[in-house]
Design a protein around this ligand. Structure first.
Ligand code: DGL
Length: 261
């Protein structure tokens, strides 16, 4: 039996990673969990993230995954290494593979948009400068973006105003802007209308790394299964998933038996 690839995020953001995985590896089975009961993760403490990830990972390992992907920069920045050390399943995060590619690129100065927790931990800067400490990295916290993207009801002007606010904080001489939160590729088209800076989605590097490391399912067998789960707001998640992944998905509401933090 094929083992699934399990992914998780605080909400709909990780679907941007799932979409890219589906394009590249259409024969895999996928299990996706959104913890919409506790979104956003980016404003929590490290301890809260650790206990949330602990519950999520415990729930996901029951599916006997071939691999787990933290489709979330916030948990990748804070607790990935800990889980890589203690789990028997390979576990991938969003930051390292992108940082490695950027560190070996021609760029001299880049910006990163991210959640409060990721920006405050300087996760991208540290990861890039491990390999290339002459590359300047500025990390900008964009705490209004996840609530805006999750809401689905903001009008065009409201969205543009929020995006412009962060563009104003971004150095004009940055050569590239890393979308350091998996929610941000959802507004990538809007962002491209407002800036000419080169946008980088870390999911692309992650998938390149992943292609080298994971044993893939043989094609031609049974239709791959894509199972979506959420801890709240199942209807919103279903509407968004159907639109974004172009399908007709069922979204299962689950409880991680927890008190919201
Ligand atoms: N999409 C996640 C990330 O990449 C979480 C964002 C949030 O919930 O604040 O960081």
């Amino acid at each position: 039996m094929n083992k699934p690839i399990c992914l998780f995020d605080s909400g709909i953001g990780g679907l941007t990673v799932l979409k890219k995985l589906l394009e590249k590896f259409p024969d895999e089975d996928y299990i996706y969990l959104a913890d919409l009961a506790r979104v956003p993760f980016g404003d929590k403490t490290k301890e809260e993230i650790n206990s949330i990830v602990n519950e999520i990972v415990k729930w996901l390992v029951k599916f006997d995954p071939k691999t787990i992907i933290m489709a979330c920069n916030t948990s990748s920045a804070l607790v990935l290494t800990e889980y890589q050390n203690k789990l028997n399943v390979p576990i991938y995060g969003m930051i390292e593979s992108c940082a490695k590619e950027i560190a070996n690129s021609k760029y001299k100065r880049i910006s990163v948009w991210a959640t409060n927790l990721v920006a405050n931990s300087a996760a991208y800067k540290k990861a890039v400068q491990k390999t290339n400490n002459s590359l300047e990295v500025e990390e900008i916290a964009c705490p209004k973006l996840v609530p805006m993207i999750e809401d689905l009801n903001y009008d065009n002007d409201e969205k543009e105003n929020i995006i412009r606010e962060y563009l104003e904080k971004t150095s004009k001489d940055s050569e590239a802007l890393i979308l350091g939160c998996t929610h941000y590729p959802i507004i990538q088209d809007k962002l491209s209308e407002l800036t000419k800076v080169h946008l980088i989605d870390p999911a692309v590097s992650l998938i390149n790394e992943f292609s080298r490391g994971v044993v893939r399912n043989a094609s031609g067998g049974a239709k791959p299964q894509i199972s979506l789960y959420t801890t709240a707001q199942a209807d919103k998640m279903r509407r968004f998933a159907n639109l974004y992944l172009c399908g007709d998905f069922k979204v299962n509401l689950i409880s991680l038996n927890t008190v919201a933090v």
